[in-house]
Design a protein around this ligand. Structure first.
Ligand code: HEM
Length: 340
């Protein structure tokens, strides 16, 4: 009986082997070229199979920087598509769209005037320190914005206009400016955060202000404290947007310090998108601080605002200032006087 079992096992084993050989034979045949010479790589794993299995193809190398061993990284293609196409669309739509809205708004509404005319008396609105911080941050922002836009749009828009040599020189200087001005900008955002946080906590007054459209449409002047809801939004966009561009920017500036390729791609996407939206929002801020509203620019220029301007736009703030004994002073020399 045990002999029979051993024989049976032998026969089944032999049949199984024959089956494997029969199945493997066509595969073996495939490994030959049409001229029947052997093709040694015919059954080697294909590039796209590898890419499907792994997120990247890496080789082995002996240099210390192991990232250099990455041969192909398909996520890089998605990132390049984002960088060269999607990001440009996001920037173009938000910035050109914002400019279009502001032009239309200006044509329809015109400059928001001091309705009751100038009073001939001014209140101090911003200290010299506040103005210094504002203009330092603003100057850095504007240069960072121009040099950053050059990184996103320079190649398709500027290079064909000024040629490769001028574009190279300009871009190189632009890159230095972009890197170095990030430091004073970050400091400016941080000091802005500390300096104005006390007046930028949202409250019920803001809800009413927003419900009345901030008085931008129509002629009603909703109550507001030192900063209205619109300015509080600008403040938080500057603080949070500034923090996001600063953190993502430093990750890009110091590549691969605790980050990998995927992290760098995320940092670049965050930096690009937030910066472009930031620029679009600040265009609206610059508009309202200059040609959009009579009497606003002087607040940041010499630090004072006309009493009537303050009463129309920041009634609650004026009441607080008055209760402190502030009655308004004559305007600084050269400032537009009250209409006779
Ligand atoms: C040419 C550019 C700019 C002009 C003409 C301008 C003008 C002004 C003016 C007039 C005010 C005072 C408004 C008031 O009295 O109620 C102000 C406030 C402010 N600015 Fe600017 N600004 C400019 C750029 C910037 C930039 C680039 C930033 C930040 C990145 C910034 C951040 C702020 C903040 C946070 C406030 C306080 C909140 C507000 O009033 O919206 N500004 N700016």
């Amino acid at each position: 009986m045990p002999k029979l079992t051993t024989r049976l096992r032998f026969i089944i084993g032999a049949m199984a082997l024959a089956l494997v050989v029969a199945v493997a034979a066509p595969a073996g045949a495939q490994q030959r070229n049409p001229d029947s010479s052997v093709n040694p790589t015919a059954s080697a794993v294909k590039e796209d199979q590898l890419l499907n299995e792994l997120s990247r193809i890496s080789g082995r190398c002996t240099i210390p920087d192991q990232k250099a061993c990455t041969i192909e990284q398909p996520a890089g293609r998605d990132w390049r598509q984002f960088q060269q196409v999607t990001l440009r669309w996001i920037g173009a739509i938000s910035i050109v769209g914002m400019l279009a809205i502001l032009v239309i708004f200006y044509l329809v509404r015109g400059m928001v005037r001091i309705e009751s005319g100038r009073s001939g008396r001014v209140l101090v609105r911003f200290s010299a320190f506040e103005r210094l911080v504002h203009w330092m941050t603003a100057t850095c922002f504007i240069i960072l914005a121009i040099t950053g836009l050059n990184i996103t749009f320079g190649k398709p828009l500027l290079l064909p206009l000024i040629g490769p040599e001028a574009f190279t020189t300009w871009s190189q200087w632009g890159k230095y400016a972009h890197n170095y001005l990030s430091f004073p900008f970050t400091i400016g955002v941080f000091v802005t955060f500390l300096m104005w946080i006390a007046w930028n906590v949202p409250n019920r007054v803001d809800v009413e202000w927003l419900k009345k459209g901030g008085g931008m449409v129509g002629h009603e002047h909703p109550a507001a404290d030192r900063f209205n809801a619109g300015q509080k939004m600008i403040y938080w966009i500057v603080v949070l947007g500034g923090a996001a561009v600063a953190v993502s920017g430093y990750i890009l500036m110091f590549p691969f310090y605790g980050t990998n390729i995927a992290d760098m791609q995320v940092a670049q996407i965050v930096h690009g998108v937030v910066s472009l939206l930031f620029v679009a929002v600040m265009l609206a801020h610059i508009y309202i601080g200059t040609i959009g509203m009579e009497g606003a620019f002087e607040a940041m220029w010499d630090g004072t605002v006309d009493l009537n301007w303050a009463k129309e736009h920041h009634r609650l703030w004026v009441e607080k200032e008055m209760s402190k004994g502030e009655a308004g002073a004559p305007p600084p020399k050269g400032r537009m006087q009250a209409a006779e």
